[in-house]
Design a protein around this ligand. Structure first.
Ligand code: NAG
Ligand code: NAG
Ligand code: NAG
Length: 257
């Protein structure tokens, strides 16, 4: 398929949705809250359940949002508390696309955590400077990226056969025009290979797609693979940047692969 058309669409709709009037204000104030890029973190619910050894029942069989994270900044405003009422209008989409996979009976704890840890930092951008804009904007990016459809079009689906990590990375780079970051659970006892857990796509402060890494940066070409960001409330702590080589993309329990 031709990557050009979806990418153009993607960029124009992202712009419509978010970046137009003075998208980025830049960081202000305290140095330790400065950040350069936003990371849209998708996770694969089957792996999330496995990671915490949680007996999740019927995890979604599509990639859901883990969070929209500024790199290098967390918990930027301890007095900006989470208020569920502010995102009432987004509730159906939030439950569908940003569920707490591990605690599906009460998602708000997870959303509160994401807001306090990451949203308060992302809110330095005018386009994301309220809870409604942060969660709504994240949902817009998720919808526009449309990772689930892209993977399907590429023929990358959960399977008992392994994928090469570089094949997935290259295929996604072909679609989006930027290098994603893919994270895996290292092989557990008795397993042959790592398990795919997260796919990250990165944005500039103007909310344009960019490479997730730069040459020489940890995890980038030529850099050492760092341990992945801590997964927080809704995840365990075991994800790492995938090693080159084979990886398991696990089908949902009960699915016939
Ligand atoms: C932190 O959040 C509070 C509540 O929204 C706001 O009044 C205050 O200006 C914020 N502080 C900074 C440094 O942005
Ligand atoms: C869900 O979690 C939130 C935040 O921890 C809490 O305030 C709320 O009471 C919980 N709701 C239910 C229905 O348990
Ligand atoms: C993104 O990474 C690719 C491959 O490393 C590189 O060719 C390209 O120039 C990078 N793009 C930017 C904007 O840095």
């Amino acid at each position: 398929m031709r990557p050009a058309a979806p990418l153009r669409l993607l960029l124009s709709s992202l712009c419509l949705a978010l970046c137009c009037p003075g998208g980025a204000r830049g960081s202000r104030g305290s140095d330790n809250h400065e950040w350069k890029k936003l990371i849209m973190v998708h996770h694969w619910p089957v792996t999330v359940c496995k990671e915490v050894e949680n007996d999740c029942r019927d995890p979604p069989d599509y990639w859901t949002i883990h969070g929209l994270w500024p790199d290098k900044a967390e918990e930027c405003n301890g007095s900006w508390h989470f208020h569920l009422e502010e995102i009432k209008d987004l509730m159906p989409e939030m439950k569908m696309y940003w569920p707490d996979v591990i605690h599906p009976l009460n998602h708000s704890h997870f959303w509160k955590h994401e807001w306090e840890k990451h949203g308060t930092c992302a809110a330095q951008l005018d386009a994301l400077n309220s809870q409604k804009k942060y969660f709504g904007g994240s949902l817009d990016l998720y919808r526009d990226l449309d990772l689930n459809s892209m993977l399907q079009k590429l023929g990358i689906k959960p399977s008992i056969n392994y994928y090469q990590v570089s094949d997935i990375k290259d295929a996604l780079a072909g679609i989006y025009g930027v290098i994603p970051k893919i994270q895996c659970l290292p092989p557990q006892q008795g397993e042959e290979v790592q398990t795919i857990g997260q796919i990250e796509l990165c944005f500039t402060k103007e909310l344009r797609l960019r490479n997730c890494t730069e040459p020489g940066e940890p995890g980038g070409p030529g850099g050492p693979a760092p341990r992945g960001p801590r997964a927080g409330v809704s995840g365990g702590t075991g994800l790492e940047v995938c090693e080159d080589g084979p990886a398991f993309y696990p089908p949902p329990p009960g699915a016939v692969p």
